[in-house]
Design a protein. Sequence first.
Length: 165
Amino acid sequence: MANEQVEPKWVTNGVKDLGFHETGKNLGIDKFIKQAHCGQLGDPWCAIWTNAKLEQSDIAGTRSASSQSFRKHKEFVKLEKPALGALAVYTRGKPNSGLGHVGFYIGETSTQVLTLGGNESDAVRKQFEPKTRLVGYFWPKSVDLPKGGVIKVKSEDGNPVGSNA
């Protein structure tokens, strides 16, 4: 059953950051920059945080501050279906703009994906993102592929907030 998926270590580590909120314009993320081996103060930090949680879990990240870096990095594979902890990559603006968002797949409704991520409304939180912006789900090649499957959630699960994008 899809809801019996094993939570990857990077999600467990990410949950510990829930409640973190940047100070000022992307300030206070020094710890994540150091863990991720990429980025700098002032950068959009969703990919920095995602890489930090992977690296903290002894999984090599992309070491790029770009949310789109997981799409083409040789150490990540695109999954055919979602899986708990898969890297959900989204675009913003035009599909090839290079802009977007990344976080860990936690579940979904019929129209939205629930993502655990950094720089979601300037904080580490669970937040819904529209499926229309989803590029795909990615997984580190160094970790056995998950069984995966859709995890259905309700909009009130985990008290996530709606995307403001």
